[in-house]
Write a new protein. Structure first.
Length: 313
């Protein structure tokens, strides 16, 4: 957390406004912020509201043209923002910029932008691959990783459903993909800028899945709470953003992943399936939000962005 804030304060980008959100931390970090960063404005939530709700509360306090949502386990190179923000100048419909997120040590990639597979799996491009020249090529992305998500504020305002930019039913996990999918539907674009470099620790459960075949199915290392949110959010995103034509076209890919996922949960985590049933009102709400989006766009314009991994890398 200290390294994260120090890297923000060392940015070469001018007129930077930093707002600290404490989401009910219990590890002493709030006391450290009060002592070492007392001049920074803070929003103290008092409890863990989740990534989505806490960041939504902060948005009205931001005055800038661009908004960076940054996790505390990310450290930026000093010129990160200056380089990333420069990408917006290429096209006024660019609403999202992904930098090159590396693991600490800089030898492996964490994310170079997000894509949506035909199975509706979120792809963090380059995840855990060695750094090489393949990741030096800028280009389009479907979405950007929420650990260091840079958005144009105009897009944020356009995509809000009521007062929610991030869907608060997601709580955490895959809310970034949901935003990117909705942005594509509204005609916004995302780009990758490899010159903007940052370092991301990422969650311990995911770190432990990086060797061997376990990397293909890291969900098995997560707690039941995390598993619930990841699986729930997969279906919330599909219900809100997919089209019937695209869903039917890719049905074999989607069903294959769903059967594998549900088979695992039935055997190893039936409590997660029970909770999904118990919280089914969230899926009804996703359909209501879908209808709201369709009214905003006009039904004839409700078309998602291109689904499927682009082969730029």
């Amino acid at each position: 957390m200290v390294q994260c804030l120090e890297s923000l304060l060392e940015q070469t980008y001018p007129d930077l406004e930093v707002l600290v959100i404490d989401n009910g931390s219990h590890d002493g970090s709030l006391e450290v912020i009060r002592e070492r960063f007392r001049d920074l404005p803070r929003l103290e939530m008092g409890e863990n509201l989740g990534y989505c709700r806490a960041n939504n509360r902060a948005i009205p306090y931001a005055d800038g043209e661009f908004l960076l949502f940054l996790n505390t386990d990310v450290v930026l190179e000093p010129d990160y923002l200056q380089r990333a923000v420069s990408s917006f100048a290429a096209d006024r419909r660019i609403g999202m910029v992904a930098g090159k997120l590396l693991r600490f040590g800089g030898e492996r990639v964490d994310s170079t932008g997000q894509f949506l597979a035909r199975s509706r799996k979120t792809i963090e491009r380059g995840f855990n691959r060695p750094v090489d020249k393949k990741f030096e090529k800028p280009g389009p992305v479907f979405s950007v990783c929420g650990a260091a998500a840079l958005y144009r504020k105009q897009m944020v305002a356009e995509l809000e459903i009521g007062t929610e930019f991030f869907d608060e039913d997601f709580f955490a996990f895959h809310e970034d993909l949901d935003v990117g999918w909705r942005a594509q539907t509204f005609g916004w674009k995302g780009v990758y800028n490899p010159a903007a470099v940052a370092y991301h620790f990422r969650g311990g459960w995911l770190q432990s899945s990086r060797k061997g075949r376990s990397r293909a199915f890291p969900l098995r290392f997560a707690s039941p709470e995390i598993q619930f949110h990841i699986v729930k959010n997969r279906y919330l995103a599909i219900l809100k953003n997919d089209t019937l034509a695209a869903y039917l076209r890719d049905l074999p890919f989607i069903l294959t992943r769903d059967l594998f996922l549900m088979g695992y949960l039935l055997i190893r985590r039936p409590s997660v399936i029970y909770r999904l049933f118990r919280e089914r009102r969230l899926f009804r709400r996703a359909l209501e939000k879908r209808e709201f989006i369709r009214r905003m766009l006009g039904r004839e314009n409700f078309r998602p962005g291109r689904i499927g991994r682009r082969k730029a890398i």
